[in-house]
Design a protein around this ligand. Sequence first.
Ligand code: ARG
Length: 288
Amino acid sequence: MTVLLESPARREPADRVARPRQFLMCPPDHFDVSYAINPWMDTTRPTDVALARRQWDRLREVYLELGHTVHVIEPRPELPDMVFAANGGLVIGGRALGARFAHPQRAAEAPAYLDWLRGHGLRSVTEAEHVNEGEGDFLVVDSGDERERLVLAGTGFRTSANAHDEAQELFGLPVVSLRLVDPRYYHLDTALAVLDERTVAYYPGAFSAGSREVLRRLFPDAVLADAADAAVLGLNAVSDGRNVVLAERATGLAARLRERGFHTVGVDLSELLKAGGGAKCCTLEIRS
Ligand code: ARG
């Protein structure tokens, strides 16, 4: 008997189902580029806090319009990068792993986020032993079915490979290590976006040869982003399974996503891009 393997049918937007999410965000009220810990950050270029706040407000509004819940954590004056909430931890199934930052400039964000997580009724909140920058480097592929959940984990610039092991032990989920090789794409979420339970988009140039092969094997139908879309942090996107919120300048990537049946929502976060961040960086998912 011959079994014909069907290639997954192209889905229309109406077929894709959005799952409502719980997000944590931090307003950029103290945003600034006062130190440089990635190649995007130029301390001589002025920043506009009011504009950053308007752009962030719009992002939050987009999430609310899409039916998601947005929790807000109080920003701290001495922490200009605290707006990048994705780095504050990793929360799966009501269990949280706190962050431990690679650079001293961001170290105090870890306890601030831990405090918030401790106050929000999670099953457990664990302080990290090894350096990890939360959902900056840990991305969850989640179908809603426990058996298919897995975690993609970046290393090379920030999160240590030991932290991948730490996350695997804590959550009991398979953690797939991916090596980042381009300093502009220093966190996994700058080079790869999870779109639905089995689709990701990524920029191959950000990964080592071995990691590219792993991604090809795991996601043969992935959406591949080109250098231009990656360079405006188009991959720093947030998907709810149907709607993908991404940089409005990533027009090529948005077109490819629409061809695959996603609905795209463009946002302008030009101020936060000066610190090397985009939509996903501003957004930590709280998975209860
Ligand atoms: N300036 C911040 C840093 O370099 C940006 C963090 C962006 N966050 C992210 N999830 N990629 O740490």
